[in-house]
Design a protein around this ligand. Structure first.
Ligand code: BGC
Length: 793
């Protein structure tokens, strides 16, 4: 399937505002606008659930208004209040009187409850004891699965397979909703380009095009066809906005970014999710250009509602309304509440500010009651649309969760598709170390992650049960036993220690083996995700020392890296023939890895982030802007092109290029790319604007090896001659194709207005005449096949 650009959506749906600006600039006739709008329903874009339409339904809004007219001010404020009633996921407010507050109509939503009995218990109070019987909305961080835990989102992104990701989200929705959870704080669509930031694991990586395609997939999976379906859960796009841009990768830090960068690189995935129908949005912890996102009218009202037409409701991040005091824009909690609500922040998560301050703010005239009414309307709309008034309760005695073969099959497929083969070199006469040959009789499995279950979940394990995880050790044991081989297991070291007590046993195992599998990396739950920024990006503790010792035995070594971020693997890349990025693969970690290692499944994952040589390169990402003194043709190509010349934009002690670039991922077969062909060398802007289809770029991809394989064919562009500097390369298309040995496929991408557009200095999305586009197609961002076309009048 060809996933059209995020920009297709920017052009196609509620961005009429922006379109008109563009139209005005280029005199775009109405037909062009209509054509751009219709891009949404064109064949290659998956059909969108019309959730925004579900919220604007007349009948629904009549119910909302009727209910609103019966509410006291306190009851209205109650709908804007949310508390964590389970294990806190941030600093706790120590409120425990939820039952009393709910009965008094003072709470609209609870979160962090993961069992049906408790959600029902609170729901009974809301529906039966509160005066207006308004049901609670239960939220939860269902980020990469609920009971069935899939790979972490960064891993899922490496699949470049939105359809598969949509299926994981659907399964998560079905499982979570069975416990009464009808709202997930997902997808996290923050573009993340700094590997120091721990939350890079929660999103889809560095690229807005990929991030947008995946954002849509999550929303469609969670919300399904209709929100009122009891297995649908409301999506919450987060963290709005630009949280991934925190300075120096330090958690909760400020973000300082131009409007051009914001709109070009960071906003598209949020907008894609909203265009796909996401009915809620979470504001971010960070400030953006000096204004905390929790109280930022530019993002919460101007962009979200006025430009994008968002109809749902917004919620703060955890305790963030109160934290406006620490941000320094409010001297007390009343001012914090007043600034947040008037900026467009509808619900206060765990801040205890709206609950305690809003009514008084209205009474003393500092907040108009109409502002409260509008926020309440937005929240009630979602509650009605979810069918909560009709079906507030869930079955309390569902059969206990079982990781059925069907669930495991999806978890395994997701993990297999997420695994990236980074390096696969020759070793002692064998052309490539992987897949593992049948002659390998004894495997040494070494490292702290080879027999780990809980760690395979990474951050946000939801309701995952470590007992459901099949570890690599278990899967490998089974596999080797079946063929008469054996596995020698030695932990060697812990994730974070300097003790070498386990080294000797590990060396022993290595020496007795034909092949060593080193399982190294981070502790998923504690070293990745929220509040897990790192200034050092090497393997933690003494793991690299262990790796060096094992490599020194001369045995063939395969390194499996478990991480929630790009790690610095420079030493390993020079000394270890085969390296596999496993991320945190979820419950089917072992079987998926085993299938890949033995070649039962041919790896197809591609990096959704650039992997650095050194932490000093961060933030490191493909679509950097050019400089006047590039080192080489552009700054980021691989292998490094640093010349001897001094006055160049480069480091004197590290390459500019990444160690492993965006889009990189090897296969057990080889794919040959024919030269790129274009259906025209010129395209007329006027014709494009009046609905002409754009340029078609094609190539033939041939499986030149001996085994079947899946390739992610990637299209990148570079624009020159525009009014602005444009990135040295940017992704504008991808397709996953599967080819039998010797088979070829003709692959075509269409570059229309959306794909060709960029943000100009006036913050408008435009295409300009007189520009030259270079189109690259290949199996990574280092694609060498290219062709050019020009945009004329
Ligand atoms: C995180 C959010 C999360 C929320 C609720 C916050 O600390 O930033 O991503 O959804 O907690 O658990």
């Amino acid at each position: 399937m060809d996933f059209r650009s995020h920009r297709a959506l920017c052009f196609s749906s509620v961005s009429t505002f922006l379109l008109i600006v563009v139209a005005a600039q280029f005199g775009l006739p109405r037909a062009a606008i209509a054509a751009a709008h219709s891009a949404r329903s064109s064949g290659d874009i998956p059909s969108m659930p019309a959730s925004n339409a579900q919220l604007t339904n007349k009948h629904l809004n009549a119910r909302v208004n009727a209910l609103l007219s019966t509410m006291t001010l306190e009851e209205k404020v109650g709908q804007l209040v949310q508390y964590s009633a389970g294990v806190p996921t941030g600093p706790a407010t120590d409120r425990q009187d939820y039952k009393t507050m709910i009965a008094a109509g003072e709470v609209g939503s609870l979160f962090n409850i993961t069992d049906a009995k408790t959600t029902n218990m609170y729901q009974h109070i809301a529906v039966e004891k509160s005066r207006l019987h308004i049901p609670l909305l239960f939220g939860q961080d269902v980020i990469h699965g609920y009971n069935t835990v899939f790979p972490v989102p960064l891993g899922l992104a490496a699949s470049f397979d939105p359809e598969m990701i949509q299926a994981t989200a659907r399964m998560a929705a079905t499982e979570a909703s069975a416990d009464g959870i009808r709202w997930t704080f997902s997808p996290m669509v923050d573009i993340a380009r700094d590997a120091r930031w721990g939350r890079i694991v929660e999103g889809s990586g560095e690229d807005p095009y990929l991030g947008s395609a995946i954002a849509r997939a999550y929303v469609q999976g969670y919300q399904g066809e209709r929100l009122s379906d009891p297995t649908s859960i409301a999506a919450c796009v987060k963290h709005f906005a630009a949280y991934g841009g925190v300075i120096a990768g330090r958690e909760y830090n400020a973000v300082d970014m131009s409007d051009v960068t914001l709109r070009q690189d960071y906003l598209p995935p949020y907008q894609a999710a909203i265009d796909a129908g996401a009915v809620t949005v979470m504001s971010a912890f960070n400030s953006l250009n000096g204004v905390p996102s929790t109280a930022n009218p530019y993002t919460l009202t101007q962009i979200l509602r006025n430009e994008w037409g968002f109809q749902g409701f917004t919620v703060s991040d955890y305790h963030a309304v109160y934290e406006l005091i620490a941000h320094g824009i409010a001297l007390d909690s009343a001012t914090a509440g007043q600034k947040a609500i008037t900026a467009g922040l509808d619900m206060d998560m765990e801040g205890n500010v709206y609950h305690t301050r809003l009514s008084a703010l209205v009474r003393n005239g500092q907040v108009p009651e109409a502002t409260i009414d509008e926020a309440v309307r937005r929240i009630l709309r979602v509650k009605f649309a979810l069918g909560l008034f009709e079906h507030p309760y869930v079955n309390e005695n569902p059969s206990a969760y079982v990781a059925t073969p069907e669930k495991r099959a999806l978890a395994r497929k997701a993990a297999e598709e997420s695994i990236v083969l980074l390096q696969n070199q020759a070793h002692l006469g064998q052309p490539k170390l992987l897949p593992i040959r049948p002659q390998v009789h004894t495997i040494a499995l070494i490292g702290p992650l080879g027999d780990a279950n809980w760690e395979m979940f990474g951050s946000w394990p939801a309701k995952g049960n470590p007992a459901d995880v099949v570890t690599l050790r278990t899967a490998l044991d089974q596999r080797m036993k079946a063929t008469g081989g054996k596995v020698l297991y030695a932990q060697g070291t812990e994730i974070l220690t300097q003790s070498e007590a386990g080294f000797a046993a590990a060396l022993d195992a290595a020496k007795q083996s034909d092949l060593v599998l080193m399982t190294l990396g981070e502790d998923g739950p504690t070293m990745t995700g929220e509040a897990s920024s790192r200034a050092h990006l090497g393997l933690p503790g003494n793991q690299e020392k262990l790796l060096e010792a094992i490599v020194a035995t001369g045995k063939p070594v395969v390194l499996l890296v478990f991480s929630g971020r790009p790690l610095v693997l420079d030493w390993a890349a020079q000394h270890v023939p085969a390296i596999v990025e496993a991320w945190f693969p979820g419950i089917e970690a072992g079987p998926a890895l085993t299938n890949i290692l033995f070649g039962d499944v041919n790896p197809s994952g591609k990096l959704p982030v650039s992997l650095p040589y050194a932490v000093g390169q961060e933030p490191l990402y493909l679509s950097q802007l050019p400089t006047g003194r590039p080192a080489g043709d552009v700054n980021l190509m691989h292998p490094p092109q640093n010349a001897e010349e001094k006055f160049l934009s480069r480091y004197i002690d590290a390459p500019n290029a990444p160690l492993f670039p965006f889009g990189h991922g090897l296969s057990y077969t080889d794919f040959d790319y024919a030269p790129v062909t274009l259906n025209a060398q010129q395209v007329s802007l006027e014709k494009l604007q009046s609905g002409a289809p754009g340029i078609q770029a094609s190539t033939d991809v041939r499986n030149a090896g001996a085994v079947a394989g899946t390739e992610v064919v990637q299209l990148y562009i570079r624009i020159r001659g525009a009014s602005m500097e444009e990135p040295v390369r940017q992704l504008e298309g991808f397709q996953r194709i599967t080819l039998a040995p010797g088979e070829s496929k003709h692959v075509t991408f269409t570059l229309g207005l959306p794909e060709m557009s960029f943000i100009n200095a006036q913050s408008q999305r435009v295409v300009e005449q007189g520009t030259e586009y270079t189109v690259y197609i290949g199996g990574s961002s280092q694609a060498t096949q290219s062709a050019q076309f020009n945009v004329v009048k």
